[in-house]
Write a protein that binds this ligand. Sequence first.
Ligand code: NDP
Ligand code: OXD
Length: 313
Amino acid sequence: MDRGKVLLSVSGFNPQRWHELLAARRHVLLRPESAGDPTIEYAVVWKQPPGILTNLPNLRAIFSIGAGVDHILADRTVPDVPIVRVVDPNLSKHMTEYVVWRVMDHHRFGQMYRAQQKRKIWREPVQRTAADTSVGIMGLGNLGRDAAQALLALGFRVNGWSRSERVVEGVTTFAGDAGLRPFLNQTDILVVLLPLTAVTHGIVDYALLKELRRRNSLGGSVLINAGRGRLQKDDDILKALEDGTLKEASLDVFEVEPLPKTSALWAHPKVFVTPHSAATSDPDFLVAPMLDQMDAHDGGAPLRDLVDRQAGY
Ligand code: NDP
Ligand code: OXD
């Protein structure tokens, strides 16, 4: 094990399993042993404490434990070395399951049936097929495209919005500022799978929600956000739910996490809350490819799944 050491730095969860799996093949440190520790060549991080990645003279790359990297770039002192993010079928499938679950629940009037059952009400709504509903995915990246395929297989009409023009079979695509409004105007259920960047911060506000199509087979528009909480404005979502701009919402992410106990979203009858658990990174699937990349990089191979720091994702 004379290869470069790995710094494992996470907050918010117990990294024991990550540590075990990484340590099977490389020497792992939970913090640098000294300022300017020259033995560390790779870092594996989730919300690392600010400043911990500075002064590592031989740091060759940073591996994000998640697909998103806003948690890394929030630390302005992060050195200018390549950042690798998670692109993995296991993660994509988890997210696709979440998206299909939430889309189907809204499509099949889950919220209404749960309320009816509480009051022992036997009433059947008009149920249309998936083909009558358009799901619009904001963010046609690895996760958005995987979810789109599953939704298409179920018969939904699928729209997608991205920064650059994308061609995805079966999906009606829109791009950039000019494409946003037409995309929203043709969307009944909005699924947000964007990264959090300087440009996307706060994008899901009241004005955006107003553009969704409300006269539809669901009897209103629906928001599903599994991207990042600071893409949305929690108060604008509450306002939109109150005045009927939105019919229902499924939220996995929030402006402040954990969602404060005082938030009105917790008890809102039209909101379904999950604790940022749509697609949790599983070390049993993700550590081996990370270590393989480190080994290959040591041997001179280029890194994959790199973050564009200028774009912020
Ligand atoms: P990708 O980088 O593969 O895709 C991002 C997509 O967003 C791309 O289509 C990109 O456009 C688009 N995009 C970025 N900026 C803009 C913009 N300004 N305007 C329009 N479109 C934009 O990311 P992933 O699909 O792998 O992941 C997406 C996000 O999901 C992560 O960043 C993370 O925040 C979140 N996530 C949440 C999890 C959870 O458990 N809740 C789990 C995993 C991820 P283009 O195609 O042109 O580049
Ligand atoms: C991620 C996440 O970015 O879990 O992968 O949020």
